[in-house]
Design a protein around this ligand. Structure first.
Ligand code: FES
Length: 320
């Protein structure tokens, strides 16, 4: 994976627990073009790699903007970014990657975010606004104080009239609010969501029958429920080069390939970032990731090799 160095040029305390970091290239150049909704890997001061959505206008290539929430049960990463970065600190980041992006067609685009999940939605809203397409951004948070970017969204973004805040809505009242948001959408509309898993499941449950499951776009940034691995068995992986590898019951595909010198990029190793995805030429994967969409999983022509396994005795894979 190509990595390059960036420098922190601005740090803002968005809330008590969320800081935003503006990053510029350390070599003073501009960034390459990317698509709205992209995320980057950031190698933190403690060498922990985490994914953060870009929440800046995707057409502004002078700087990246990311928001980092200090996780109470941080598995490493967010606390170090909060505590150890100053203006001028340098970091390594990857090029942007998209697990979610604005659909090329669609009569309406409804962005539904909860908490820190608002970050990719802001970037997508910038793009939709610039292209003059019909959209709304709905932002759920427990309170105004806990919501990042309120000032940006209310005053500076340029699309404030398309932003609706939903503060302090109890969980059992969210379905009614979501139903209202979905009113008037058609099979040609698209719904995008990012937030806690339970929230995104509610959005999918309610929006799927309205716009079609394929038109509900979900951005995962946490691994889902751990799969039950007690019944796992071994299987074979053949590469398009013809090499064959045994994948034992207790090892992942990517572990075995890397151990044998096959270059496969990885980042999260939890099935959420999509870095390790390979193409499937033959065989049936058992998908355990949160990065491929429902339709991509049904197509069975890609596999997240860090977590997913095989239903067939052999998979034939190619670099993706
Ligand atoms: S390394 Fe992130 S999905 Fe596999």
């Amino acid at each position: 994976m190509g990595m390059f160095r960036v420098k922190v040029s601005e740090i803002l305390e968005e809330t008590d627990h969320i800081k935003s970091f503006k990053l510029v290239r350390a070599d003073g150049k501009g960034f390459d073009p990317y698509l709205a909704g992209a995320h980057i890997d950031i190698v933190g001061p403690t060498n922990v790699v985490r994914q953060y959505s870009l929440c800046c206008p995707p057409y502004d290539l002078d700087a990246y903007l990311v928001a980092v929430k200090r996780e109470t049960e941080s598995r490493g990463g967010s606390a170090a970014l909060h505590d150890q970065l100053d203006i001028g600190s340098e970091l390594e980041v990857s090029a942007p990657r998209n697990l979610m992006q604005v659909a090329e067609t669609g009569d309406r685009h409804v962005l539904v975010a909860a908490g820190i999940g608002v970050t990719p939605m802001i970037s997508m809203a910038y793009q939709l606004e610039r292209e003059g397409r019909s959209f709304e951004l709905h932002y759920f948070a427990r309170s105004r104080e806990l919501a990042a970017f309120t000032e940006l969204l209310e005053e500076r973004c340029g699309f404030a009239e398309k932003v609706r805040f939903h503060f302090g809505i109890p969980r059992d009242e969210q379905p009614a609010v979501l139903q209202e948001i979905l009113t008037g959408l058609t099979g040609g509309s698209h719904v995008y969501t990012c937030g806690p898993e339970g929230f995104m499941e509610r959005v999918l449950f309610l929006a799927g029958p309205v716009v079609g499951e394929e038109n509900v776009h979900i951005e995962h940034f946490q691994a889902g429920e751990l799969a039950d691995t007690s019944g796992d068995t071994g299987f074979e992986v053949e590469l398009d080069s013809g090499e064959v590898f045994e994948i034992p019951a207790d090892r992942s595909i990517v572990e075995v390939l890397q151990e044998n010198g096959v270059p496969v990029d990885t980042s999260c190793k939890e099935g959420i970032c999509g870095t390790c995805v390979m193409g499937v030429l033959e065989g049936e994967p058992e998908h355990r990731d949160n990065c491929l969409s429902a339709s991509e999983k049904r197509a069975n022509d890609q596999i997240a090799t860090c977590v997913s396994r095989a239903r067939s005795a052999r998979l034939i894979l190619e670099p993706f």
